[in-house]
Design a protein around this ligand. Structure first.
Ligand code: FE
Length: 196
C-alpha cells in the first residue's frame, strides 16, 4: 500500500500537471513547486545572441500552435523575477523558434508570439518542440523586457539532446526542465533579470 500514491497526491499531481509545473529529472513526472525557486541574490539569466531570425512586432498570444502544424506540443511556463526574487509583473516575453524541421518563418509570424507576465510574474506559451538545424541543437529564442529596465535576450535548451554538446552556444544554465505527463510535454524556465 505504501507504494501507492495517495488520492491527495494524485490530485495534487494532476493539478500541477494541468498548470504545467512538473519536472522530469528522475524520468517520471514529479510536481515542481508552483512558486518560483529562487534565492536572494541569484545570478541573472545568461544573455545570448538573438541570432539572425528575430522579427519585431510578433502577435500577442500564448497559443502558437496553428492547425496543420507538425511537431511535439509543449507547454512552456515559468516566472520572470528580479535577482531578489520579486515578480516582474507586466514583463513582455517574446518567443520565436524554428518548426520541427528546423525552419523559421521569416515572411510571417508562425511560431512567434509574445505575452506579458501576470501579477505574480508568470508566463505561459503553448507551442511545439523546435527541430535541430545546421550547426544548432534544439532551442527557443526569447526576449524578456521589463516595464522599466534592461531587455534580456537569450536562448533556451532541451535536456538530453545529443546535439547539445556539439553546439558551441549551448549552456546548461539555460536548460528548460521538462516533464511528460500522459503524453503531454511541459517545460519550465524562470528568467532572472539583472535588477533588484
Ligand atoms: Fe535559432
Amino acid at each position: 500500500m505504501s507504494d501507492l500514491p495517495s488520492r491527495r497526491s494524485v490530485l495534487a499531481t494532476s493539478v500541477l500537471a494541468a498548470s504545467g509545473f512538473l519536472t522530469l529529472d528522475t524520468g517520471r513526472a514529479q510536481p515542481l513547486s508552483p512558486t518560483p525557486e529562487c534565492h536572494d541574490g541569484d545570478a541573472a539569466t545568461l544573455r545570448q545572441t538573438e541570432g539572425p531570425f528575430f522579427k519585431p512586432s510578433s502577435p500577442e498570444r500564448a497559443e502558437l500552435i496553428e492547425p496543420g502544424l507538425a511537431g511535439q506540443p509543449i507547454d512552456l511556463v515559468g516566472f520572470v523575477l528580479t535577482r531578489n526574487c520579486k515578480p516582474v509583473a507586466g514583463a513582455l516575453v517574446d518567443l520565436w523558434h524554428a518548426d520541427d524541421k528546423g525552419a523559421y518563418d521569416n515572411s510571417g509570424f508562425r511560431l512567434r508570439g509574445h505575452q506579458r507576465a501576470d501579477a505574480e510574474g508568470r508566463f505561459r506559451f503553448r507551442t511545439i518542440v523546435p527541430g535541430n538545424y545546421e550547426g544548432r541543437t534544439r532551442h527557443f529564442h526569447v526576449k524578456v523586457a521589463p516595464p522599466a529596465g534592461r531587455l534580456l535576450t537569450t536562448q533556451l535548451y532541451f535536456p538530453g539532446e545529443p546535439n547539445n554538446r556539439r553546439d558551441g552556444l549551448f549552456r546548461k544554465e539555460l536548460l528548460i526542465r521538462t516533464a511528460k505527463n500522459q503524453g503531454s510535454l511541459s517545460g519550465r524556465f524562470d528568467f532572472v533579470l539583472d535588477m533588484r
